[in-house]
Design a binder for this molecule. Sequence first.
Ligand code: ADP
Ligand code: MG
Length: 141
Amino acid sequence: MPTYRTASEEATIRLGEELARTLPRQRAVLLIGNLGAGKTTMAKGIVHGLGAAGPDEVSSPTFTLIHEYGQAGRVYHIDLYRLDEPREVATLGLDEIFDREAVVLIEWGERFPQLMPPQRTEIRIRTIGDDEREIEVSEVS
Ligand code: ADP
Ligand code: MG
């Protein structure tokens, strides 16, 4: 499975832009890593790489839970950090979003594995140092 290293926020955004080109039009992408690892930063790159919005237009959906970018909802960015129970997540109607022809980026989705599509891309981000991150991409099906 491909593993990358980045040494700055900008480098992670650029990697996200590159990874965006490898994604199918319809795909769930779990962004996995600790608080501050760079999940939202990676989302900025992917959203930009898909041409849905500029990286500066992408903000964390921690409180809003779901952001939508691009025409006809081409990219969704979801953050489940503030939800604790599967039944709370169920009220978001994620299945309907997963059925759309869209890339769906999800932070903290691994906490609710039974609610995630079995076919998905997982991007794991580990903090190595202040600005260094190890980023591992895998396809799950
Ligand atoms: P998360 O969504 O995982 O909680 P964010 O993307 O919101 O994390 O924040 C990542 C933080 O780490 C930002 O403050 C960013 O500037 C910093 N950072 C430092 N080095 C990197 C790197 N190589 N890649 C991504 N973010 C980095
Ligand atoms: Mg985040």
